[in-house]
Ligand binder design. Structure first.
Ligand SMILES: Nc1ncnc2c1ncn2[C@@H]1O[C@H](COP(=O)(O)OP(=O)(O)OP(=O)(O)O)[C@@H](O)[C@H]1O
Length: 712
């Protein structure tokens, strides 16, 4: 790993400039802190503020309850209290399932739909919504666009968020320094990788995810297991970078699994969780003493962080029991306090000890102080790029991705061509014989029914896009409108190419109605029909983000639409009211077929059943056989499909907005009701801890006894 200090400085200079130019506080600036509070803060945190944009996060009595499949509820987090300050790096540690991710999700406002939160979370002494850019969050999953290189990924992200007026040279400095900071120079021009492209390693993906969030030097940064999948040198390097970021006055909170002793030494504060309860919160350097005081001193030659996790991981009880049953335990030693007790018992003791300790008391005190100091209302630190820049960059990025991903459109183009060649050969030169009347109808209904149906093949790629969108949106990288606009524009060239090529093959092999405008109508109508399926699938993806369920639902809806299209049952025979109104009118197949039948048959004359009988005009067939309203122009039919495209896109936009704005409000309301029901008038009373502990603790508890018991 190369030295990064110079690049860090230049990147920070650039970001400081941007921050200085940003308006803060939405007009409710309280001037940061009062002079007295500010002095107090500086004394206590030993930190200089960056202007007035530092992020001081405090949480009190945080409880998260989840509803399980069987309808029962379970507390995943119970009464957690803690804080994170500018200039400090707070590490969350605990065994698997202890609630680390849930705590990060709760703090960053991203809990799952079945999780309910109670307690207080304050940013600079105020309630705040930390999603959509106020805080950056690197989640456990690396949702990245597989076809882009590392440098492209970071560059697009920079263009999406940095101000338009910032010169490209400065943006480039920031991009390159971030690449260096995350040690990604060697793989900067390698693609991320997907199902058909071998790309960078899992550890490098992790570092790209972190790079995307530290790019904008967020004031408050959450990271869920940033060092997972990294070797010890990379883990140290990444942790060191995060610590460096915090030293610039940023607030960094990260959950970390099994850190090495070198990594552990980089933590300022440690939050130890077990079973959703606080085992320890305080200076990382004091955890050693805490465990010793609580009766679980770290044995010599054991890494302290391993010891802490060993003490609070109840799975060790099961491991021990299994080993005892099968062979003699070799690692027993008189030094290890855990040999004399079960881990479950150790956890109970530690949790209980912490609740009565000076550490818990100081945490509560500090949280109270922080709650009283009303600081700046931080604006969303998300994108500073204009709407046009966001839309342009997203369109470009999406277009590049679609053109490089073989599965997105190229494969579909091949399949479309194969299928339309098959249609062409089956209906080859269909002519105007008597039997061609039904053949033309069947051909049109197959093209507008089945060929458009094949568009759902793009749904998996679209779900991947949605995952990237959700990650970026939650971190405030861009707006919903920019995403909807860009998605529509970037797909357009591919859809035009696919529908015009396959439509042309089909049209000229079958020899449908001669004439350019007839041909144009056919391909435009095919384009509109394929696009409407894509738009419908976007709506489904916003409601059901699972690709298997999405495809099943999408296929079902299209099957129903096909049934009422007027081919399988003639329009006047479709049962009223439901199937005829509204279903057949909601079906894009209905409009496409009405238009295409007119387009194809009007003006043609067909043979009768026998040469002696008079020829049949197309208009007669349209009215009497296909039951088409000839007073309505075919161009109106195709316009209705375009209106449907716009409507689906608007519904997609509304669904995202509902998820973002209305759902949290409803969940908040339900949470309050559930919590009230569950807690009732329950009161927790905790007796002061016995004064048989360490002298320092005894003195402390003695001095603070009154306030301590009140606190609980
Ligand atoms: N939305 C939810 N619905 C049901 N159970 C949940 C939900 N969220 C969390 N849990 C449960 O809460 C516990 C804590 O989960 P969480 O993911 O926070 O743990 P963790 O400490 O981050 O684990 P890991 O280190 O393995 O990622 C787990 O048992 C998990 O199954």
């Amino acid at each position: 790993m190369r030295n990064t200090s110079s690049s860090t400085t230049s990147a920070n200079d650039v970001m400081m400039e941007i921050e200085a130019s940003k308006p803060q506080g939405h007009g409710i600036v309280v001037g940061g802190l009062s002079p007295l509070s500010e002095t107090l803060w500086k004394e206590k945190t030993n930190t200089e503020f960056i202007g007035d944009v530092s992020a001081r996060l405090a949480w009190k009595d945080l409880t998260v309850m989840v509803t399980l499949n069987n309808g029962e509820t379970q507390n995943v987090l119970e009464g957690l209290t803690g804080y994170a300050e500018p200039g400090s790096f707070t590490a969350l540690m605990g065994p698997s399932g202890s609630g680390k991710s849930t705590l990060l999700d709760a703090l960053s406002g991203r809990l799952a739909a079945n999780a309910f939160l109670s307690g207080r979370i304050l940013l600079n002494g105020r309630k705040a919504n930390l999603s959509f850019g106020t805080a950056a969050y690197v989640t456990q999953d690396d949702t990245l666009i597989g076809t882009l290189t590392v440098r492209e990924t970071i560059s697009y992200s920079a263009q999406l968020r940095l101000p338009d007026r910032m010169p490209w040279s400065e943006k480039r400095t920031l991009i390159e320094s971030t690449i260096i900071e995350m040690g990604l120079q060697d793989c900067a021009d390698t693609v991320i990788g997907n199902w058909h492209l071998r790309g960078i390693s899992g550890g490098e993906k992790r570092r790209v995810s972190i790079a995307l969030e530290i790019l904008m030097r967020p004031r408050l940064l959450f990271l869920d297991e940033p060092t997972s999948g990294l070797d010890s040198a990379s883990a140290f390097f990444v942790t060191q970078t995060l610590r460096g970021l915090s030293r610039d006055g940023r607030t960094v909170i990260a959950s970390i699994h099994q850190p090495s002793s070198e990594v552990f030494e980089l933590f300022d504060r440690l939050y130890l969780l077990s079973g959703g309860k606080t085992v320890y919160f305080g200076q990382a350097s004091e955890a050693y003493e805490f465990f010793a005081q609580a009766g679980f001193p770290c044995p010599a030659l054991r890494n302290p962080s391993d010891h802490f996790l060993r003490c609070i991981n109840s799975d060790f009880d099961k491991v021990k029991a299994t080993l005892k049953g099968s062979m003699k335990l070799r690692f027993e030693s008189n030094e290890d306090p855990l040999d004399k007790t079960t881990t479950a018992e150790a956890i109970r003791t530690l949790v209980d000890y912490y609740r009565r300790s000076q550490y818990s008391y100081s945490a509560n005190e500090r949280v109270e102080e922080m709650s009283k100091v009303k600081g700046t209302v931080l604006d969303s630190g998300g994108s500073q790029a204009s709407f046009f820049m966001q839309s342009f960059t997203l369109t470009k990025r999406s277009f590049v991705n679609m053109s490089r991903d073989f599965g997105y459109y190229w494969l579909r183009l091949v399949i479309y061509l194969v299928v339309t060649i098959c249609i062409g050969t089956i209906y080859l030169n269909v002519g105007t014989g008597y039997s061609s009347i039904l053949a033309r109808g069947a051909c049109a209904s197959f093209v507008f029914g089945f060929v458009t149906f094949m568009s759902i093949g793009g749904f998996p790629s679209f779900v991947e896009d949605m995952k990237v969108f959700q990650r970026e949106r939650m971190n405030g990288h861009y707006g919903v409108t920019a995403f909807v606009v860009s998605n529509t524009l970037s797909a357009m060239p591919f859809l035009i190419l696919i529908t015009f090529l396959s439509g042309t093959v089909c049209y000229f092999m079958v020899r449908l109605h001669p004439g350019f405008t007839h041909y144009l109508f056919f391909v435009v109508c095919l384009y509109a029909s394929v696009t409407v399926v894509e738009s419908l699938m976007m709506v489904i993806a916003s409601i059901v983000p699972n690709f298997l369920m999405g495809i099943i639902i999408g296929a079902g809806i299209q099957g129903i639409f096909m049934l009422v299209s007027g081919y399988f049952r003639l329009p006047n025979d479709i049962p009223k009211p439901f199937w005829r109104y509204p279903m057949s009118y909601l079906s894009f197949h209905f409009w496409a077929l009405q238009g295409q039948y007119q387009n194809d048959l009007m003006g043609l004359v067909f043979d009768n059943t026998s040469p002696d009988l008079p020829k049949i005009p197309g208009e007669f067939i349209l009215e009497q056989i296909f039951q088409i309203d000839l007073n309505r122009s075919k161009w109106i039919d195709v316009s209705v499909i375009f209106v449907m495209i716009i409507t689906y896109r608007i519904i997609f936009f509304i669904m995202i907005k509902i998820n973002e704005d209305v759902t949290p409000w409803i969940r908040g309301y339900i949470a309050r009701r559930k919590m009230q029901q569950k807690n009732g008038n329950q009161k927790q009373t905790i007796a002061p801890y016995g004064l048989t502990q360490s002298p320092s603790l005894r003195a402390y508890v003695g001095n603070n006894h009154g306030s301590n018991s009140n606190r609980h």
